[in-house]
Ligand binder design. Sequence first.
Ligand code: ADP
Ligand code: MG
Length: 703
Amino acid sequence: MEIKNDNSLNAPVTDISGVGKVRAAALAKLGIEKVNDLLLHYPRAYEHRGDVKLLENCIYGEKQATLLTVGTEPKVARIKRGMNLLKFRAYDESGVAEITFFNQDYLKSFFELGATYRFFGKVEKKGKKFELSSPAAERYDEQHPEKLPPFVSVYPLCEGLSQKAVTGYVQEALRRASIGQEDPIPSEYLVKNKLPTLAFAQKNIHFPADYRSLAAAKRRLIYGEFFDFALSLLSKKKTERRRGAPACEKGDAHELAALLPYDLTGAQKRVVEEIQRDMKTDVPMQRIIVGDVGSGKTVCAMAAMLFAVRSGRRAALMAPTEILANQHYDDVSELFGKLGINVALLTGSTPQSRKKKIYQAISGESDERIDVVIGTHALISDAVRFENLGIVITDEQHRFGINQRDALTKKGEHVHNLVMSATPIPRTLALTLYGDLDVSILDEMPPGRQKVDTFAVDESYRARLDKFIEKQVSEGGQVYIVCPAVEDSPEKENEVGEVGLFDIDIFTGEVIERPAKTPLKAAVTYCDELRAKMPELRIEFVHGKLKAAEKDRIMCDFAAGEIDILVSTTVIEVGVNVPNASLMIVENAERFGLSQLHQLRGRVGRGARKSYCILVSGEPDGEQKEASAHRLNIMKTTYSGFDIAERDLEMRGPGDFIASASTGFRQSGGLRFRLADMCSDASLMQAAFADAREWCEKMDAGD
Ligand code: ADP
Ligand code: MG
């Protein structure tokens, strides 16, 4: 027999027998194009069918496994046109169950009188009789009971694919992977971190032998994702630090400071110095400013632009939304106007004729002088060409995709690069996650900021809450209400009995109870409810599914005071400044990370108005409630974004930070975390990064 080489993992999925054009198209929808992609198509849950129970020991109403022998000939009964029932009885030593399948008469020949099957489904008890309706069933072989695996994986699917089909394809991919596949992680690191091999991990993530093996597999794969990510950051750093950037040696921050009505904070001064030190060299700056909302990042950006302009270069600043670009433009042009620096605004709504003039000016094709351009994605349109670009700045970096940000950098060769992020990240984690960047941390707030009074309440406060909203509005304030969902979604298929992929402690292998799901408040529905309750108030909603122009319009109306209550999803996280907003209500607050809550709270308390943040939790009673109360209590007592981030890291692990740090430009080379986002332990991540760094150094030394 011909042995296929391991290249066959790189073959298109159509290489697998049974996969034709149609199936391949369905798989492509799941992002699976090559055989290898199947290995990365991890189950979303596992059914624990290995835990077989006697009928009388089952917990009724929950999905469970039983081993039953068919006791009566399966019969099909027609109920009415297009509907039939397949029925038979099956038994174990503790009782008899009536088994029914709805419209699955083709199964009749699958069940053989006297043969035994492993059933998996909800067991009900009616009187003395047990009932199972449309359970999953597998033939049991007494000679080879091991043929039935203890776990059955549940894969994410799309139309045209069945669990059975996908399971089969994954099995084929695993078979190919088992031949001569090399483990990309050096074995010394596997040993050091007590991790299994890639082959073991791949096999057990798809078809776990037991909980412990599954846990070990997950740990290995998460480590691998971090290791790869770290290597890609390190190589990116190496290639991007080639010389050739315009050294911006001129410019003095005092020129700017003299115009400000306040003194720079110590942190701002430090960051500005760090920026200037970078920009004076011809190695392109790759720097990120991480600072709490309101910590004053904009001034630091202005200083950077000033250095570029005074050194005879242009500067570009990109913001994720039109309204933010407008705000920046107003602030920057006012100050820079006094310094004789010309600022232009370029967004989607800039009139075509003006756009053309800007294009000409910044490419040096006209006499109009524009030193600084502030804008949105419009800045990266093909028509934009810069002459003499010195620095590119991106605000709220996590709102941009990698391509967008890179596109702006490519507008100039080897320009200096500055990124600003309002997600405070624990220092140790920042140095890791932003491995290819230099990190400037703005950890000092300008003096005199008001503390936003924070309360955590539950449903029983609803009536009082409504009164409070009305009171705020009647006093001239404005209200944000943030909901976790956009629209009410119908209950998902009951998944009780499955073990979710991420519900197993990856270190101990213990199963973690999946928290009960509480209904989520949805922005659209809640907005309607409020309108009915408070007909005299002006209430609007925004969420990510609205068109950008529509979102911007509503945000502008809110900023202009023409809307009293803005119901939204987290889209308002972005740093829009509405100083008149005095109340932030977060619904289902237990669903949000502390850092995210902090971010939301930062939307209010920006003006003179006394401001409040109310966290409404919809958590049911029990242990869950205690944990959630503890979390919300931290919000009541902690006001520094960095401190909150540390607590978040302790309690939820680095997942949230990875997500926010990596959705933007971090994800180079098409790398996507599949499991690591869910990682609950920062030490695994830090080990992977440290190992990757060491490995790189060894490789470099060996070159
Ligand atoms: P962010 O870091 O969220 O982007 P901004 O740069 O928008 O924050 O600054 C928030 C507000 O604080 C602005 O109104 C700005 O003028 C003001 N500000 C910035 N630095 C200082 C400071 N050192 N002292 C007082 N106010 C400051
Ligand atoms: Mg800002």
